[in-house]
Design a protein around this ligand. Structure first.
Ligand code: NDP
Ligand code: MG
Length: 387
């Protein structure tokens, strides 16, 4: 029996993970957590009967305790509660599917408690990859990628030697604005940016996919997961989202993982690695697809993507500045406070003003996060007052 704790059970990854649990008798959920969606948490509590639930919002946690008073479930809240969910004694594996840097502390705590990590929460690796990967090695825990591209790379590495990899090729769908001009991007609405052509995901990552910042974050995520230099990570646009990513070896041979765009496959692979299990769903019909096409990413149009390589190569606290400025700018865009192209502009301004700290501690990473938020706040005010 596998025992699972889920951080972010009400989100896109969280609910798809629970669909997998529903179809398998050898996996049990021992803890659930979310930000504030107690309506869905109550349903999940009644169906999966975990020991522990964390609702980050304290008031909502109190409300949930009343709603599920008939069940024998402990309800906790805040960062302390999230950490309690991550280290719960009965779990063997923790799935990190919260969105944003809020995932760093619980992920570190789970690794220290010797839990394997099924990692969806890429922002944690982007900002604290040097801490997480070192700690995972010391504590001998597995970091199993859930992100589809990284799962594809992980699958393509099986049976081969990592020392014989020559490069990693991340694929990207190109998002809804692949064929738009830079001029057309000026007036992109929230609704248009939330329409992803191939994947159905949470709001933040959907916006990130449209700006290609998501692919930038994934480049940094790959750097940490697979210990490769930025010079050896390429990105290619493959609009059909059929090839989920590839690994090129020193002899020129390329291994790839293909499949229909369905996050349940990488989630299930992370939960059962190295086993594969039956998964309900559509299968690829190559004749129906007809052709697979490839394009180079447009780094002028997708400025946020180019900035990711820059931030990654500079290293230290710069990836945190990149990530935190993006998180805050995306929240502002979703709130209709800034224009679409300002997301990348605000990231760039935050990076320009930053003095890098090498090999930052957790405290320094969290300081850099605050600095990035402050930069977005002040630069946003300036641009609004002049427009
Ligand atoms: P969603 O926005 O759909 O879900 C986020 C989850 O995190 C929700 O359960 C939310 O709870 C919870 N949450 C938010 N804030 C807090 C908090 N302070 N404390 C505890 N829980 C919190 O996101 P996704 O599922 O799309 O993405 C999750 C992560 O996985 C992201 O890092 C994303 O980049 C990554 N990922 C997602 C993919 C996808 O297909 N969706 C693909 C690859 C990676 P509530 O509902 O109460 O707000
Ligand atoms: Mg991805």
């Amino acid at each position: 029996m596998k025992r699972l704790s889920i951080l972010g059970s009400t989100g896109s990854i969280g609910t798809q993970t629970l669909e997998i649990v529903r179809c398998n008798e050898d996996i049990e959920v021992v803890a659930l957590s979310a930000g504030s969606n107690i309506e869905l948490l109550e349903k999940q509590a009644r169906e999966f009967k975990p020991e522990l639930i964390c609702v980050y919002d304290e008031e909502k946690a109190k409300e949930l305790s009343v709603k599920i008073a008939d069940l024998n479930i402990k309800v906790v809240s805040g960062m302390e509660g999230l950490i309690e969910t991550a280290v719960i004694e009965s779990a063997d594996i923790v799935l990190t599917a919260v969105v944003g840097m809020i995932g760093i502390k619980p992920t570190i705590a789970a690794i220290k408690a010797h839990k394997d990590i099924a990692l969806a929460n890429k922002e944690t690796l982007v900002t604290a990859g040097h801490i997480i990967m070192k700690l995972a090695k010391e504590c001998r825990v597995k970091i199993l990628p859930v992100d589809s591209e990284h799962s594809a790379i992980f699958q393509s590495l099986q049976g081969n030697k990592q020392s014989q990899v020559s490069k990693i090729i991340l694929t990207a769908s190109g998002g809804p604005f692949r064929n738009s001009t830079l001029d057309e991007l000026k007036n992109v609405t929230v609704e248009a940016a939330l329409k992803h052509p191939n994947w159905s995901m949470g709001k933040k990552i959907t916006i990130d996919s449209s700006t290609m910042v998501n692919k930038g974050l994934e480049v940094m995520e790959a750097r940490w997961l697979f210990d490769v230099d930025y010079d050896n990570i390429d990105v290619v646009i493959q609009p059909q989202s059929l090839i989920h990513s590839m690994v090129e070896y020193v002899d020129g041979g390329i291994m790839a993982q293909l499949g229909t765009p369905d996050m349940k496959l990488p989630i299930q692979y992370a939960l059962y690695y190295p086993d594969r299990k039956y998964l309900v769903g559509e299968r690829v019909d190559f004749a129906k697809i007809g052709s697979i096409t490839f394009l180079k990413p447009d780094t002028e149009k997708f400025r946020g993507f180019a900035l990711a390589y820059k931030a990654g190569r500079i290293g230290g606290t710069m990836p945190t500045i990149y990530n935190a400025a993006n998180e805050y700018a995306v929240a502002k865009f979703l709130n209709r406070e800034i224009k679409y192209l300002e997301i990348a502009e605000l990231i760039e301004k935050a990076m320009e003003g930053h003095k890098v700290t090498e090999n930052p501690s957790l405290e320094q990473i969290l300081e850099a996060e605050k600095e990035a938020h402050e930069s977005v706040r002040s630069n946003n005010k300036i641009s609004t007052s002049f427009s």
